[in-house]
Design a protein. Structure first.
Lengths: 415, 84
């Protein structure tokens, strides 16, 4: 047998190692559409329980919005379920082109190319746009998909301390001899919810003649007054050369991503980006629904404004309750616990209280920075957030962490 | 290998990977990768620094997280490639 006992033992031991290291990821079955309240079967076989979801990327609450569902249904009826093709053979419909144009206009760029996911956009672009004589200068906390994408490129890799602009400038000085340089950053960093200093980054890019690439997955649709993203929030629209983002978070939450930016960069990716050339086209249903999502966001900022209010309320209330949260304005609100076991215990107890959150710890976040990452949505009503704060407070009291800062929590629980 | 080389690497690691206000101490035995100070992504810049500084080329198969896990193991790795 090709699958030998030795191979089987090897993989079994790998899995055992993941389990014994406390890193085994379990999936929980949700028996309802994505929303502020969801029905969850957990643990496996338990009766489904209704809980408040505080860990979805459903920032604008559009994942199950009636208008979006209607557009998806219409897309299914008029353009079918699948295209059974990559884009350049027979996988491009009029609506793919329409969505690309809409995204271009929405993001304020020159052109856009859809990818099956933002992960694939990030996997594609560095290999296409940069070569061995070029340098990629990345923030040290960029998303894993960017790290993977950079590994596929022949360009030289440099990275700078997280959001440290002096260190970035040093790297720009070190790489003056390169043909092209690209500064690479997330718009919003997914673990802390902090925002890239895009204004300084763009100034440095101009000073040192470098391009800027931004992954705006945790911002598109709601950051900035019109929800265009971090570049709008930071006042640098038109100064970013390449933006990758996802349709899988605020923009409907189903699937798909894109690269939007300078016309030539996008056009070259259409010719050479391997994940674009060799992956199926984004399904018509997703495309049709995404067009409606962009229309909804452009028509009204109500949902984005509600998200901002909800975020402020939740941040204020959690701080008032005595939790150590990462300061900021983003709906990602990390509740810092520092100790991995404590993060898991608190998450488990919150679930018993009807709040669905997940603990994050090393290697997802640096050692000693375990946390519960909560995410606020425009779908949350005030009562959901009040209930969440009350549950957090009850559990926080149990573990005696209310009003305690980093050093005190570490003194009690270690890292 | 000399104390100077050890100091050079420790200084680079401190400057490159620690925040200004960090109270983390680094000596030749401090676990860099498994201790969460240097992640595997950032390791690339450390490799480039060593290659440039010592005018060597470390093949990718030798640039393992284990080889970069402490200043001591890094020094052993450099010794393999520096011509006497």
């Amino acid at each position: 047998m090709a699958y030998s006992e030795t191979a089987k033992t090897h993989y079994t031991n790998e899995l055992k190692g993941i389990r014994s290291g406390g890193l085994f990821k379990e999936e929980r079955f949700i028996e309802s559409p994505q929303a502020a309240r969801i029905k969850v079967e957990y643990p496996l076989g338990a009766a489904p329980k209704e809980v408040i979801n505080l860990c979805a990327n459903n920032y604008l609450g559009l994942s199950s919005h009636p208008d979006v569902l209607e557009a998806a249904r219409k897309g299914l009826e008029t353009r079918g379920y699948g295209m059974s093709s990559v884009r350049f053979i027979c996988g491009t419909q009029d609506i793919h082109h329409e969505l690309e144009n809409k995204l271009t206009e929405f993001l304020g760029t020159e052109d856009t190319i859809l990818f099956p996911s933002c992960m694939e956009a990030n996997a594609a672009i560095f290999e296409v746009l940069l070569d061995k004589d070029d340098a990629m200068i990345a923030d040290r906390l960029v998303h894993a998909s960017i790290v993977d994408g950079m590994r596929l490129s022949k360009a030289q890799l440099y990275n700078y301390k997280h959001s440290n602009m002096e260190h970035l400038e040093e790297k720009l000085q070190e790489t003056q001899g390169c043909r092209f340089r690209m500064i690479i950053t997330d718009g919003v960093f997914s673990m802390d919810g902090d925002i890239a200093k895009l204004d300084v980054i763009c100034d440095l890019a101009e000073k040192y003649n470098a391009m800027v690439m931004l992954d705006d997955s945790h911002a598109s649709g709601f950051m900035g007054k019109r929800g265009k993203g971090t570049h709008e929030h930071c006042g640098v629209m038109g100064r970013i050369d390449a933006i990758t983002t996802t349709l899988g978070k605020a923009l409907g939450g189903a699937a798909g991503g894109c690269l939007s930016g300078r016309k030539e960069l996008v056009e070259l990716c259409r010719q050479r980006a391997r994940p674009y050339l060799f992956s199926n086209t984004v399904p018509p249903v997703v495309v049709a629904a995404s067009i409606r999502v962009i229309d909804l966001i452009e028509k009204s900022t109500d949902r984005r404004d509600k998200l901002e209010e909800n975020t402020m309320f939740f941040r204020e209330q959690m701080t008032k309750a005595g939790f150590d949260i990462r300061e900021g304005v983003h709906p990602i609100v990390p509740v810092m616990l520092y100790n991995a076991k404590l993060a898991q215990d608190v998450a488990r107890d919150l679930y018993a209280e009807g709040i669905y959150v997940v603990g994050f710890f090393f290697p997802v976040v640096p050692q000693g920075q375990a946390r519960i990452r909560t995410q606020v949505s425009a779908d949350h009503e005030r009562e959901h957030l009040e209930k969440a704060v009350a549950a957090f407070t009850k559990v926080g009291k149990k573990y005696n962490i209310l009003g305690k800062k980093k050093d005190e929590i570490i003194a009690m629980y270690g890292v | 290998m000399s104390e100077d080389v050890k100091k050079l690497i420790i200084d680079y690691v401190k400057k490159e990977y620690l925040d200004e206000d960090s109270d983390q101490t680094i000596d030749e035995n401090t676990k860099l990768i498994s201790g969460g100070i240097v992640d595997s992504f950032s390791m690339v810049s450390l490799k480039m620094f060593l290659e440039k500084k010592f005018k060597i080329s470390i093949p990718d198969e030798k640039a393992t997280p284990e080889a970069f896990d402490s200043v001591n193991s890094i020094m052993k790795l450099i010794q393999e490639f520096v011509k006497p």
